[in-house]
Design a protein around this ligand. Structure first.
Ligand code: PMP
Length: 423
């Protein structure tokens, strides 16, 4: 048994049959499955220390607070962020979408003068620029489109190469002295291509713009060091990195988080509140964490982060690249087209494809009947589908538990799709 078979054994959900066939789960880009370590962490929390954090004098509250902050530090270590008390750079949210909306709303608040002088660096107005790319997930595109509408700023974008890679080599033209924010994906959830963000970060910082990285599809699959990448903010979800649903993270460089005005308001984020005066908000990260937090989910995300580091992100990346190499064989099947780069350079094991003449939903059902789970639809990224002349596609995406036999099983099944529907 090689190491990755032992790792696979740790995922209880994978040991089942679907429609009489062994489950082949190739939908990890939508959500990953969870190892015993994560399931046990959440279970142990509810069995032993369940309590709200940062309030209450009782022992359970103290223990859950320690475990929650410990988990924040574990997540920070996974992505190379600061975890020291009073220097935390990780804000807990309910997911990547919530993190990106929090940020765009906070920028909008700063644009209306909230947060005072310190927050002026986040303010946008008519004539200022926001840059995204045509490969963005709607969770990036829409919050920043709304921010543009709210502030009068212009939204422009990086175009794509034929194979769907973002043309970041155009950074000097796309990012101008009027650009204030660049929000860009680290890895496309459709093509699986890793973005070369170095020219983006260099040019953005040259003109004083901030870089927001959508790290949803990189953190689970690659070694990610946010300090080394030099981005200003980043967002990702726990549920794609082997953690639970209902938790996500916003990274911000500490000095930026200190200057950023809040976006959500309520309990646990305020030092002082009065009836007749504005409230005095807490320091980050608490300032951005209004309300009761997803404590169990965050603690289990910490377990997931440690579990991944225990395996080694380099090893995970290598394992997934080997599966990507098999999946890319889809492109050699008659009538099948891979949407995205067709070689293993700078990509993860997420491969979207189109089967000529067969609707993605039919392909998905054909595969499901054989126990194979893939994603169908536009994967919340309509512009990149338009780039490929499509509205929807099929997407196979690997996790750490995916085997080459599973990738081959997909290829064998896809090879039969057209004949099946012709008949
Ligand atoms: N960005 C990318 C690239 C994604 O793949 C996803 C999830 N499909 C998101 C953002 C949004 O994540 P969530 O739905 O977990 O908030």
């Amino acid at each position: 048994m090689d190491d990755f078979e032992t790792i696979r054994e740790q995922f209880p959900i994978l040991h089942q049959r679907i429609h009489g066939h062994p489950l082949v789960y190739l939908d990890s880009a939508a959500t990953s499955q969870k190892p015993d370590a994560v399931i046990e962490s959440e279970r142990r929390f509810y069995e032993t220390i369940n309590a709200g954090v940062h309030r209450g004098a009782h022992e359970l509250a103290a223990r859950s607070t320690v475990a929650f902050e410990d988990a924040r530090a574990k997540v920070a270590r996974l992505v190379g962020a600061d975890a020291e008390p009073d220097h935390e750079e990780i804000v807990v949210t309910s997911g990547a979408t919530a993190a990106l909306n929090l940020l765009a709303t906070a920028f909008g608040n700063a644009s209306q003068g909230r947060g005072g002088d310190a927050a002026r660096r986040f303010a946008l107005g008519p004539g200022d620029g926001i840059v995204v790319s045509e490969a963005e997930h709607h969770s990036v595109l829409l919050p920043f489109q709304e921010l543009a509408a709210r502030t009068g700023a212009d939204l422009t974008w990086f175009g794509l190469h034929e194979d769907g890679r973002i043309r970041t080599e155009d950074a000097d033209e796309v990012i101008t002295p009027r650009t204030k924010v660049v929000a860009i994906t680290h890895v496309s959830n459709v093509t699986g291509a890793i973005t070369d963000i170095a020219p983006v970060v260099r040019r953005a910082h040259e003109v004083g713009a901030l870089v927001v990285l959508d790290a949803c599809q990189s953190v689970p699959h690659l070694p990610v060091d946010l300090h080394a990448l030099g981005v200003d903010f980043a967002a990702w979800s726990a549920h794609k990195m082997y953690g639970p649903t209902g938790a996500g993270f916003l990274y911000g460089r500490r000095e930026l988080l200190e200057a950023l005005p809040p976006a959500n308001f309520g309990g646990s984020m305020v030092e002082l509140a009065w009836m007749d005066r504005p409230a005095q908000y807490m320091a980050p990260p608490a300032r951005f964490e209004a309300g009761t937090q997803p404590v169990a989910q965050v603690i289990a995300s910490g377990a997931a982060a440690d579990w991944m580091r225990g395996i080694g992100m380099d090893r995970i990346a290598r394992h997934e690249r080997a599966n990507a190499a098999v999946l890319l064989g889809l492109n050699d099947i008659d009538g099948v087209r891979v949407l995205g780069p067709t070689d293993t350079t700078d990509r993860i094991g997420t491969v979207s494809f189109d089967v000529d003449g067969v609707h993605p939903h039919d392909v998905g059902q054909f595969l499901d009947a054989r126990g194979i789970a893939v994603r169908v639809g536009h994967h919340c990224a309509q512009p990149v589908h338009r780039h490929f002349g499509l509205f929807a596609s099929n997407r196979a995406s690997c996790g750490v538990y995916t085997t080459t036999d599973e990738a081959r099983a997909l290829l064998e099944a896809v090879a039969k799709v057209r004949d099946f529907f012709k008949a």
